[in-house]
Design a binder for this molecule. Structure first.
Ligand code: FAD
Ligand code: MG
Length: 345
């Protein structure tokens, strides 16, 4: 939360310098929770009615809560993902909404482009590790690692090539289940972007959904949006700042977000689908920049698993920019990322 506030504060200072006369955009701010994470909004709107203007942030939070309840939750019975998982092993499968069909198809596509590094069917492994109960290191000391046989059994129930989508139905083999945790925040960013585009009073916004940040439009003083890149080795600090113009999505995956430590070894929440264990590609954090929130989120997870060399090739295929912080603290990035990146002081 502290990190995002710094990013927003940079924008806020610029606002106070420019002043806000009548008809000029005014800033609305909010901090809330949805989809299991903190949602922080800073929106500029020319709406003159104070109530109408401030209602916008509540509408966005309500939209994310509804997305969780209706579409993405693997826990709530009302959601499509829950019902797809319930339908596993049945002959008739599950009739998908057009939104979820597109999300699943795009997920399978990134799964195949990343040669399986990105896999939305890892749910049995994620649940076995009990990652939902992890925060940043809080459980360390009381945690018991999964038994190797149980891990192999869970892994045998994963593999997105076995998820079939025919016409508008999804078919999962019995025992398999979907987990969209790796793309939920990016999907949220895309939905928020569509919402902002529909409101002609909104002139600019910077919105963080957990580790994914959406920028939109411009600030009243026309300076760039400033988005901090967390230093995965010292997560309370930024390693660098991205200066962005207009609409972008920035997603970060890191080994510091959710983990447990057992006997001095850190087990984090990004799984290598080839082993069922936390990915060990020499990377501590990956930040991806794309116009598309789904892609920035999917690619940040995939690139973390693939490591710097293969990850850069994958990002290139999607015209996305990527920055890797390796476990030894070195930073490598694509040329496009270099153009918007500066080291934090
Ligand atoms: P990312 O790198 O984007 O994703 C990592 C997550 O994706 C893992 O946690 C795992 O679920 C999955 N994953 C791991 N490896 C892979 C892989 N190789 N390929 C594909 N997927 C992989 N958290 C809570 O604490 N409480 C909640 O109630 C809660 N509800 C949520 C509801 C929704 C709809 C969503 C989308 C998320 C929710 N979360 C909740 C957060 C969730 O559990 C994950 O921690 C979070 O999505 C991880 O995001 P990230 O950006 O840190 O990591
Ligand atoms: Mg991700």
């Amino acid at each position: 939360m502290k990190k995002f506030f710094t990013a927003v504060l940079i924008s806020g200072i610029a606002l106070s310098l420019c002043g806000c006369g009548n008809g000029n955009p005014k800033q609305i701010k909010s901090v809330d929770t949805a989809i299991g994470t903190v949602v922080q909004q800073s929106i500029y709107s020319t709406e003159r009615d104070d109530w109408e203007r401030s209602a916008v942030t509540g509408e966005i939070t309500a939209m994310l809560k509804s997305m969780e309840e209706q579409e993405l939750s693997w826990r709530l019975e009302s959601s499509e993902v829950f019902r797809i998982n319930e339908s596993a092993g049945t002959e008739k499968g599950f009739l998908l909404s057009s939104d979820l069909q597109e999300i699943l198809q795009r997920s399978l596509e990134v799964g195949s482009a990343s040669e399986g590094a990105f896999d939305i069917t890892l749910s049995p492994v994620v649940r076995l590790w009990n990652m939902d109960s992890w925060a940043a290191g809080e459980l360390s000391g009381n945690y018991v690692l999964p038994e190797p046989e149980a891990l192999q059994q869970a892994l045998s129930l994963c593999g997105s090539k076995r998820l079939r989508i025919e016409e508008n139905r999804a078919f999962l083999p019995a025992g398999m289940a979907i987990d969209l945790g790796a793309v939920g925040k990016g999907i949220a960013a895309d939905k928020i972007h569509n919402f902002l585009c529909r409101n002609d009073k909104i002139t600019g916004a910077i919105i963080s959904v957990g580790g994914t940040v959406l920028t939109y439009g411009e600030k009243p003083d026309k300076t760039s949006w400033q988005v901090g890149v967390v230093n995965p080795i010292e997560p309370a600090e930024f390693i660098g700042i991205l200066s962005l113009e207009g609409q972008w999505c920035v997603s970060t995956s890191g080994d510091y977000e959710r983990y447990v430590e057992v006997d001095g070894v850190r087990y984090h929440h990004i799984i290598n689908p080839a082993t069922g264990f936390p990915a060990d590609s020499g990377v501590a954090g990956v930040t991806v920049l794309s116009k598309d929130g789904f892609l920035s989120d999917a690619l940040s997870t995939a690139c973390f698993v693939l490591g710097a060399e293969k990850g850069m090739q994958l990002a290139e295929q999607y015209d996305a920019e990527v920055l890797f912080v390796k476990q030894d603290g070195t930073v490598v990035m694509t040329e496009g990322m270099e153009k918007v990146y500066r080291r934090a002081q």
